[in-house]
Design a binder for this molecule. Structure first.
Ligand SMILES: [Zn+2]
Length: 546
């Protein structure tokens, strides 16, 4: 069989040997001429041979070990300081390497997709025995990608550790892929990157002023687009902050929104009558708490007898238990017993004899179970405290308790809840919230105005009508609730207008941030910036050069 297409180029097959986990292949270099690395003189004067052992790509789950037989040559030039030099094999492996280049590339590809430890385990299954540290080392040797500067760029920040330190991710919006990661979210870093990558025409970003000024100073001609989602989020936050100042109005509306009939019920004083107590229908209820239905004695006796038979036949406890479908501890007990011991009859309490007395005391107002227990014990009750508690649990507990203030349903509305409800068009208001909301909007002019502005802003964004923004801002500046939000919009006016009108948004950047978070968490927070960067950008890495 001709193995040459499978062998590294420039070598001839000599021999092979199988061991239990690997195939050892002996090869010799075909080129019998060497070139002195110092004086570049070619020669074929062989000094001696030497051998290098290298790992190749595994095959059939087995490791492939190559024994390369290489020459050493005499340098023919008399005055060259190098007298003897070794034949190089740089086309198939690096100097001092223990693996062929192609084996390294395989490990690299697996490591980039899976990470270090999973990568090492995957390598193990295909027969390439490497440690996680080796995979990491190989991943880190991935050549730095040369990215083309995109025309449209998405910028967003991400947390290495939330609240502590952040980085920046840059996305090619046309190519839908990350093109770089920056180690912080400082304006200066982004500015430097943008200066080194001229030609960007449009940048989508969140509403951070740091990014905004960095983009303006590095590429003043680029169109900036604020993120639509953040814009709506800022709006709802502004509404919430405003509603925080309107707590009394919300409270009033919540009270007005409750049906008057619901409030009446609790205000009447309840008096306990003898007839309110639960009726005991059966003569002899089982008062002892039983969880499971007890097994009848006959059945237990049958199991006992069968167990004894099987025991005599020499079967073990475990086997008998499995055979009879009984608990192992029960069978163990039967193994030890020489004769059947019936279960003791459950003790029945005589609580029902004191029922009339208990009812009388309860209506009189004595609801303390401990006191009642003492009283009936003195009369001859033989049961336990828990039985009495269970029995009395059905008795109404209204006597002697102070009258509760009227239940005011719907009083508690958080600002966030109200903000969400107000953001809905009237036809979508929930029926039970209707009275509350219509009272709130109708009676409070400021809240009504904020709601109106809020709805109009959403419609403007939905219909992509940036021209209406000026008029909206004019009205919002006069409103109590949204003037600060409007001030923020004015500071970033062009980008907000783009956010309303442009087809570009930062949505896919946010998606890429999610992908980044997944990769970060796969590496359990041990990933340093360089490793994270390599793995996030690995999507663009199409493999080693062919
Ligand atoms: Zn030389």
């Amino acid at each position: 069989m001709d193995l040459s297409p499978l062998l590294p180029p420039g070598f001839l097959f000599c021999n092979q040997k199988f061991t239990h986990d690997s195939l050892v292949i002996g090869l010799i270099a075909t080129d019998a001429v060497g070139t002195c690395p110092l004086c570049q003189t070619p020669t074929s004067r062989v000094h001696s041979f030497y051998q290098r052992t290298l790992a190749d790509l595994p095959m059939g789950g087995k490791r492939i070990k190559l024994l390369l037989r290489l020459r050493k040559f005499f340098c023919p030039l008399a005055d060259c300081p190098r007298k003897v030099f070794a034949q190089s094999c740089n086309s198939v492996c690096k100097p001092y390497a223990r693996r062929l280049l192609r084996a390294d590339q395989q490990i690299q590809t697996i490591g980039l997709q899976a990470g270090a430890k999973p990568g090492a385990r995957l390598c193990q299954t295909i027969g390439q025995s490497v440690s996680a540290s080796t995979v990491l080392r190989v991943i880190r040797k991935t050549p730095r990608l040369v990215v083309e500067t995109p025309k449209r760029l998405g910028v967003d920040d991400f947390a290495f550790r939330k609240g502590r330190n952040y980085g920046t991710i840059l996305i090619d919006l046309d190519g839908h892929k990350p093109i770089d990661l920056l180690p912080d979210r400082e304006g200066k870093t982004l500015e430097t990157w943008l200066q080194n990558h001229p030609g960007i025409e449009l940048v989508t970003r969140d509403r951070s002023s740091v990014y905004a000024s960095a983009i303006s100073s590095a590429c003043p001609d680029a169109v900036q687009v604020a993120d639509r989602w953040h814009l709506l989020k800022n709006l709802s936050e502004a509404v919430e902050r405003f509603l925080d100042t309107q707590r009394p109005a919300i409270q009033e509306a919540a009270l007005a929104g409750v049906q008057p009939a619901e409030n009446q019920a609790a205000t009447t004083v309840t008096t306990l009558m003898e007839t309110d107590l639960p009726q005991t229908t059966t003569e002899q209820p089982v008062l002892s708490p039983t969880q499971n239905q007890p097994i009848p004695t006959e059945k237990r006796y049958a199991v006992y007898q069968r167990t004894k038979e099987l025991q005599r036949e020499g079967h073990g406890i475990r086997a008998v238990a499995r055979h009879l479908g009984a608990a192992r501890n029960t069978i163990k007990q039967y193994f030890r017993q020489d004769q059947f011991v019936p279960r003791p009859k459950p003790k029945r309490s005589n609580l029902l004899n004191y029922e009339t007395y208990l009812r009388k005391r309860w209506v009189e107002g004595e609801t303390n179970v401990k006191v009642l227990l003492e009283e009936i014990k003195a009369q001859g009750y033989n049961g336990e405290y828990t039985i009495l508690t269970t029995f009395l649990a059905d008795y109404p507990r209204l006597v002697q308790e102070p009258a509760l203030p009227p239940a005011q349903k719907g009083v508690r509305y958080s600002s966030r809840q109200v903000s969400r409800l107000l953001g809905l068009p009237e036809c979508d208001w929930p029926v039970k919230e209707w009275a509350f909301l219509s009272y709130l909007v109708g009676q409070n002019e400021a809240i009504g105005q904020v709601r109106d502005l809020c709805l109009r802003f959403k419609v403007m964004m939905k219909d992509k009508k940036p021209d209406e923004l000026a008029q909206w801002c004019k009205e919002a500046s006069g409103s109590v609730g949204l003037s600060n939000f409007e001030k923020g919009l004015r500071q970033d006016y062009a980008a907000v207008q783009q956010a309303i009108g442009s087809i570009w948004s930062n949505g896919q950047t946010e998606g890429q941030v999610n992908r980044l978070k997944t990769l970060k968490r796969q590496m359990y927070g041990k990933a340093s910036f360089d490793l994270l960067r390599i793995r996030v950008l690995a999507r663009n890495w199409t493999g080693p050069p062919k």
